[in-house]
Write a protein that binds this ligand. Structure first.
Ligand code: G16
Length: 545
């Protein structure tokens, strides 16, 4: 690569992309995320940094501009490591440092990073950029592009894509196409083809109806839904609404439906129709339906994880393959789901802190790792050796026909899955395949276990970092006395459980509560919220019971 003109970098940092914000901006749960109008300098600097990251890893690095489930006025950026996974945590610290130094220190900070990380700056860096449909995303992507170019990085700008598509092309690029063709067309083609093969051509069987309606949160996912609808029209009937004409994430989308536990705006509300909500950048999905009495039923990430794990367990038993299956959850997983996994399914289950990066990492420890956050963010990862064992078994004439068929089914499922990160649409197709195999509708799916009634609320505090946690966020360490207070409150409720943690994507503290009786859960959540408000510096209106 040509030597970098640092005087140009300095001039851009001090002029076109100067810092417009005095506070600290942190690399959070899924990258930097805040008001779009204070992010220009962050995007420019992340453009600079991805070039160095690419030189360290000697591979292409991704940069995605989105604020996912947040309101339209917010935006954000996350960096994607070579295998399509989230940025390594030590580099989150580096990213935060570079994002927050004064304009005049940008060049010296880059030089420090180069020295500390021993970076070979002669390596030809490559960066893959994508963005969502927010109006602020295009100008922010231009800032990132200027950063990459100023550092002489090679650039592929994929324009408007879903987050999982960006992760996918990064992984495909770095495996030289072994995982798939590194284009958006390649993504649609691989997943659609795999779904058609796995379905085997027929549209319906006894109970399963290949029909689903999708709330696309008025986000970038709408484009992907429309493309899948087109490519899969002969095997599944997809109806889409909130398809981009309304306000992004406003009273719709996976986050809204999960937290409010009600259908999104514009839902046709026909009873028993299988419905799906995805989020603003299409990496999360929840299912739901309303019954004949107009009661809302949610089938969230926990339910998807269990559906998948139970199906895989059955196929592994039938094919007699000795592969270790495991499931990864976070503290938000409903107590009902965790009990069902460990006591009935008897699949090992691990609990890690919030954030796909933590779940993904843990899931890689299993031959087949199923991970889902309750909010619908998740996927399944397979060790290469496991894929090979499954594929070999599917074609092994010395196995019984039943064993071979089960291995074959497993093998055909693998390519429907986007293993790089949670992907709402590939997850949906996987769920559809399993429901079809079982001849289930959503009512039958929901019957496997009972969710404990639960609530999630937000509390505003002066500084959310005043709350620190331990034990995969299930207990808090500071402020002093808060955990004792929560313990005291929870003890009064049968099957009660509650925890609090600072959000890494919004300026709030999240409170989760669950207990046995639906009539108690509101009260439990409110009492814990009051404790947070009183002990952690609440601002605004104090919560009430
Ligand atoms: C992001 C992360 C998820 C996380 C969610 C909420 O989702 O990717 O892993 O569960 O934020 O995080 P927090 O509670 O820290 O705000 P998304 O879909 O917004 O990118």
């Amino acid at each position: 690569a040509n030597p970098v003109d640092y005087s140009l970098v300095e001039s851009l940092a001090k002029n076109q992309h100067r810092k417009a914000y005095d506070g600290v901006i942190q690399y959070g749960t899924a990258g930097f995320r805040t008001k779009a109008d204070i992010l220009d300098h962050v995007l420019f600097r992340m453009g600079l940094l991805t070039v160095l990251r690419s030189q360290v890893k000697k591979a292409a690095i991704g940069l995605m501009i989105t604020a996912s489930h947040n309101p339209e006025a917010d935006n954000g950026v996350k960096l994607v490591d070579p295998n399509g996974e989230m940025l390594e945590s030590s580099w989150e610290t580096i990213a935060t440092r570079l994002a927050n130094v004064q304009d005049s220190q940008v060049v010296s900070t880059l030089q420090e990073i180069i020295k500390e990380q021993n970076i070979d700056t002669s390596y030809p860096a490559s960066v893959i950029i994508g963005r969502d449909t927010r109006s602020s995303s295009l100008p922010l992507s231009q800032a990132a592009v200027e950063g990459v170019k100023a550092m002489n990085g090679n650039l592929k700008d994929f324009g408007v894509v879903t987050t999982p598509q960006l992760h996918y092309v990064v992984h495909c690029t770095n495996t030289n196409g072994a995982y798939g063709v590194p284009t958006v067309e390649g993504y649609y083609e691989k997943i659609s083809k795999a779904f058609k093969t796995a379905v085997g051509g027929k549209k319906d069987n006894d109970k399963y109806i290949g029909k689903v309606q999708i709330d696309a949160a008025n986000g970038v996912g709408a484009l992907a839904v429309k493309e899948f609808k087109k490519q899969l029209s002969d095997v599944i009937d997809i109806q889409i609404y909130n398809d981009g004409n309304g306000q992004l994430n406003h009273m719709c989308g996976a986050d809204y439906v999960k937290i409010q536990q009600i259908p999104p705006v514009n839902d046709p509300l026909k009873p028993l129709v299988r419905s799906v909500s995805i989020d603003g950048d299409a990496d999360r999905i929840v299912y739901y339906y309303t019954d004949e009495n107009n009661k809302f039923h949610l089938l969230d990430g926990d339910r998807i994880a269990i559906l998948v794990a139970a199906h895989f367990k059955e196929l592994l038993e039938k094919s007699n393959l000795d592969l270790q299956l495991g499931l990864v959850q976070t503290a938000y997983a409903n107590g009902g789901s965790t009990a069902y996994i460990s006591e009935t399914l008897k699949v090992p289950v691990a609990c890690v802190p919030t954030g796909v990066k933590h779940l993904h990492h843990k899931a890689l420890e299993f031959d087949i790792g199923v991970y889902f956050e309750a909010n619908g963010h998740g996927t399944i990862v397979f060790k290469d050796s496991a894929v090979q064992i499954i594929r070999t078994a599917a074609d092994n004439p010395s196995l019984s026909e039943n064993q071979r068929t089960a291995a074959h089914t497993l093998s055909s499922i693998i390519d429907v899955i986007n293993q790089t990160v949670g992907d709402a649409l590939s997850d949906m197709l996987l769920v559809e395949l399993i429901l079809r195999a079982k001849g289930w509708d959503t009512v039958a799916w929901e019957k496997s276990y009972r969710d404990l009634p639960n609530r999630q609320v937000k509390v505003k505090v002066q500084d959310r970092n005043a709350i620190t946690t331990t034990d995969a966020e299930r207990r808090c360490v500071t402020p002093m006395g808060l955990q004792e207070k929560i313990d005291e409150i929870v003890a009064k409720y049968p099957k009660g459980r509650s925890f609090v943690r600072p959000s890494g994507t919004e300026d709030v503290v999240r409170v989760y509560a669950e207990c046995d009786r639906i009539e108690d859960v509101e009260k439990l959540a409110a009492q814990v919220s009051i404790a947070v408000f009183e002990l952690a510096g609440g601002i605004g209106t104090k919560p009430v019971v």
